[in-house]
Design a protein around this ligand. Sequence first.
Ligand code: ZN
Length: 103
Amino acid sequence: MTYFYRNTLVTVRKNHICEGCLRQIEKGEKAHSIAGNTTDFYSYYFCLECEEFADKHPGYCFDDQDGSFTPGDVLSGRREYERHQQEEAARRETELEANTSGS
Ligand SMILES: [Zn+2]
């Protein structure tokens, strides 16, 4: 069985919902139209932010096992990623303070 996958940058001709963050993509906006098949045919839209994030950080958005996701997962992934970044920044700051204070 051959699978296909297609990801096209389009200007949407009517409003769509971004499957990544569930926000409305307005008519005339650019978005990614994604379609393919695994066991079933699927097709959905991703806004540019979600596409970029999912491309860079798939681990935050897709299931490790089969690469699937549920609508809204990219937004949760983006929030989780931001939290990790903030935690990391806070940790670095603490380390920096620990290094500069003292003798
Ligand atoms: Zn989105």
